[in-house]
Structure formats: structure tokens, C-alpha cells
Design a protein around this ligand. Structure first.
Ligand code: FMN
Length: 194
């Protein structure tokens, strides 16, 4: 099969759905990402890389505080994935600029003060050691300072999320994506899509 479109390769690179939380002073917030990977081959001094779009409040807070927690979300079929989808709706389709998104979510402060989402499969805590300005996003390289597994289960993947997203949430998701895409195009000096 001949395919000159790189989309399939890029699609294969998205991480499972992850929640990034942070604390900047007294303020806490969090968002969903699918752009993360391990940042070091050294297990005794681990690093992680995350990519946050600049239009997100979490981006600005992580840039300011230089700390975050990163959670692997539970995609185990049944009640666990239903709870995760509700979390993704709250954290990933709405901005903390419009209110305290963590108010209705179970969390406790981690070692670095960032919220630890107690329903996650696992989490790590991290401190930024380098940033790369990527126009519409910032790429953060961070030292992993802690974290643990909370429960057994299977991580929620992006294809699983796309298939399981309830029909009446799709417009919310599309609106949120639309805002992000418009801001990203503007950051690259590109015309808005029709
Ligand atoms: C499935 C999914 C994947 C997402 N992936 C990313 C991502 O990789 N990076 C990013 O910055 N935002 C990503 N987002 C968007 C943010 O989670 C979303 O814009 C969020 O509302 C930002 O909230 P905030 O303004 O409170 O930080 C994703 C959202 C969803 C639902």
C-alpha cells in the first residue's frame, strides 16, 4: 500500500490520556494531554517530557511554578472508564479560567504540592529543568521527583477515548478543540480554517 500522508505515523505517537495537574501559589488546576514521553534512559534519575498548548491555563501555571504531577488514567472497561471519561470532560474540555475544575474531583496534595488525582492508575511528580518554545506550545523537560502506582488497570488510549466519548459530549469536545486549533494557527501566523 502506498500512502504519502504522514498522519498514520503521527497518530501512532500520541500517548495514552494523561492528566497534568499543577499548583501556582494557592491556585490549583489541571488538564488532559496526549503528548508525553519518557525523557531519560537512566532509571535512577528519570525525566519526562510533556507538551502543553499555550492557550491552556495549565500551560501558564506550569511555566510559572515549574512543577506538575502527571497521571495515567484508568481505561479499564466498566465503572472505571466511565469515571475517567467524566474526568476528561471536566479537565480536558473546559478551562480553569472559567472556574475551579478540581472542586468536584477527589485529590490530595502531593509531595510538591500539586494535586494527586486519587482515581488515577499511577502518577509521577516532576520539576521542570528545560523548556522549548514551540510557537503554539511549550515542550517541558522535567526531573521526576516522586510518584507511585495507585491501582491495577489498563490506561485509557486515545482510540478508546474517541470510540467511548458519549455522543452528547462531542460538541463540547469539538468546541474546545476548535478554540485550541484557532489559537495554534494564529501562533504560527496561519489563516483560520473555514
Ligand atoms: C483527549 C484530549 C487530549 C488532549 N491533549 C492535549 C495535549 O496533548 N496538550 C495540550 O496542551 N492540551 C491537550 N488537550 C486540551 C486540554 O486538556 C484542554 O484545552 C483543557 O481544557 C485545558 O484546560 P486549562 O485551560 O484549565 O489548562 C487535550 C484534551 C483532550 C480532551
Amino acid at each position: 500500500m502506498t500512502d504519502t500522508n504522514p498522519r498514520a505515523t503521527l497518530a501512532a505517537l500520541w500517548s495514552p490520556l494523561l492528566a497534568v495537574t499543577t499548583r501556582d501559589g494557592e491556585r490549583t488546576n489541571g488538564q488532559i494531554i496526549v503528548a508525553a514521553l519518557s525523557g531519560s534512559i537512566l532509571p535512577d534519575v528519570p525525566r519526562v517530557i510533556i507538551e502543553l498548548w499555550k492557550s491552556n491555563l495549565t500551560h501558564d501555571m506550569v511555566l510559572a511554578s515549574r512543577i506538575f504531577a502527571l497521571h495515567v488514567l484508568d481505561g479499564t472497561p466498566g465503572p472505571a472508564v466511565d469515571a475517567t471519561l467524566a474526568l476528561v470532560r471536566t479537565l480536558g474540555m473546559h478551562s480553569g479560567r472559567d472556574g475551579d475544575k478540581l472542586a468536584g474531583i477527589d485529590w490530595r496534595p502531593g509531595t510538591n504540592g500539586c494535586p494527586i488525582l486519587t482515581g488515577a492508575l499511577s502518577y509521577l511528580e516532576a520539576t521542570i529543568c528545560a523548556t522549548l518554545d514551540a510557537d503554539e506550545a511549550t515542550i517541558f523537560l522535567a526531573e521526576v521527583t516522586g510518584g507511585t502506582r495507585l491501582r491495577d488497570g489498563s490506561p485509557l488510549t486515545l482510540p478508546q477515548f474517541n470510540a467511548a466519548l458519549p455522543a452528547d459530549w462531542r460538541a463540547e469536545y469539538a468546541a474546545s478543540r476548535g478554540r485550541q486549533d484557532a489559537a495554534a494557527r494564529q501562533a504560527r501566523g496561519l489563516a483560520p480554517t473555514a
